[in-house]
Design a protein around this ligand. Sequence first.
Ligand code: NOJ
Length: 716
Amino acid sequence: MKIEELKALLKEMTIEEKVGQTIQLSADFFSDQSEDLTGPMNEMAMTEEKKYQVGSVLGISGAKETIQLQKRYMEKHRLHIPLLFMADIIHGDHTIFPIPLGLGATWNPDTVKKTAEISAKEAAAQGLHVTFSPMVDLVRDPRWGRVMEATGEDKLLNKRYARAFVEGYQGTDLKQDLTKLAACVKHFAGYGAPRGGRDYNSVDLNENTLREHYLPAYQEGIDAGAKLVMTAFNTIDNIPATGNKRLMRDILRDEMAFDGVLISDWGAIGELVPHGVAEDNKAAAIQALTVGVDIEMMSAAYSEHLIDLVEQDETLKELLDESVWNILRLKNDLGLFENPFRGADEETESLSVFSDENKKAALTTAEESIVLLENNGVLPLNQEEKIVLTGPLKDSNDILGAWSWKGDREQAATLAEMMGQRLGPDSLSIVDESQFFEGQNSFFMNEIHLSDTVIVALGESSEMSGEAASRTIISLPEYQMVLLRELKKLNKKVVAVLFNGRPLDLSGVVPLVDGLVEAWFPGTMGAEAVTNVLFGKFNPSGKLPMSFPRSVGQVPLAYNEDSTGRPMTDEKRNEKYLSRYLDSENTALYPFGFGRSYTSFDYSECTLSSQEISMETSLTISIEIKNTGKIKGIETVQVYVRDKVGEVVRPVKELIDFKKVELEAGESMTVEFEITEKQLRYTHADHSVRSDAGEFSIGIGTDSSAELTHSFYLEK
Ligand code: NOJ
């Protein structure tokens, strides 16, 4: 539709029709059993008539369903404005990829982009238009269950992934390319920092930190062209984001130049009432419309009050027009006026969903996401040896992780199945650990005694992370620890494979194992990926996108913490009045960027092409890396800097670039990075983002514990 036609359409709409556009309902409101929905219909201030005026539906899937509903809806709508269909396609649609934290561990934005392309393709064939992804919230607290939906604790990594997701979902021409979805960057802003790691809790971030660390990934998603942004549940500056004018108008719309659709999170407008910043739903509706929330997801403030409100208030009427305009533009950008069934096609759907190509990508992505945490030589497994597989997750297909609502567990093989396929029954014995706990442990003990190596599949169930799944204890469940302790006594080689959604406290686990493999929730093809890693068919290369703490007492924890006035250093180890714990190191158990390989890499000393850079000139830092092991391997080479003196306190170090390189056994390679002034900019006291002249330390390493061995100067 041409812009003039779209404007004419807006003009023609009644207030009721305009308000309808701002309301989003879940798909069950339109299901055939709608008479059962009188309860929710009342709660949402809905009537059968109003239902066919709403602008969008969430949580629908299937080409047949979307086509049917779109037809039914458009017949009833006076102006035949099509519905928008949205859903949470977070780490895959039907074919499930590793959880986003696992995707983060690939350190490969190209891989992430590919997963987003495939997710969009499967979902678009079902008639979906928008995915509520990417979640770009920066995370430092593994107690928060939603860290599984994040790509980690670092702004550079998060930025690169934010762009990769948005580009992958949206492509370059949303109107023409019917295999794409509009992306929704969420949750604006700061949702990743709830106090105490408790979901939906308030957020206490100073503005400098918010701007310096948290906002850049949202900005990157917006710059990459994301069509929507979702509001966060939490407060910023003690005002809930969904009713926060400064955050939404001044920062998001003006400074960050977002001109797409702002959608509330589920029920978040109504939640302004229990938050205690709005007296009732009516006041909540005024607040949300004023800050520019275009679509209300599943609370009843707009549907109950907006018609009356705008009839009495010209300013609100204009604001309503502004919101409806944003929504109509999105529908137009998706080409829905010309083609309301855009992409929905049962045949394409059946060809695309779980296609061999998609499953292959799920396998290689899962392999790339796996992080080898410990290995004293036990891995890769020797196929000649006798292996026992045990542990509660050995035969579980609960390996898709939260936010995989269309993912079919039946499609996911278990580790027992995949290892069984690889090894015959003579070499592999699968033993149920419950026998051990139930006192019938003679078979269990016997099998263990006969074995050389024991693989123990441990971790969390998928309900233990995700939304509303915060925990105060982030160690493995106690019975899993008992199992490990008992195995340790038997003097066998033990390899623990972990399926989980957050950095766990593994301090108690490390002394009990010879090998430790972090598999996250690896998705549909996860068990095969883990098997490939265990047997060395794939040499692990994943690197942690989030620090693993030594204990829950350290969290929130991040490698790039602010410099303190009393830093703890090795030389001062015996001093008391330092920023330290009496009972723990400050550092992580496994730092950000950490991950082992089956081969080893030797880093030479790095060299700088110059000791100075300026606004116009850059320098190159280079290093020679050698694969000193016996097999080919992939290494992620990481560059960290420290700004020695800033106007505000600067982090102890920050990642400024990285490269993934593959080296044959014995091969050496020079890896180079160009350093420019732009990478040295930061948020000043007045919130301007710029660099300061002065000295910077720099270093290259295999993880964030890299020493900053060199320095250079930025000239004025
Ligand atoms: C609530 C979650 O916070 C959000 O991330 C999600 O997209 C919506 N529900 C819709 O399911």
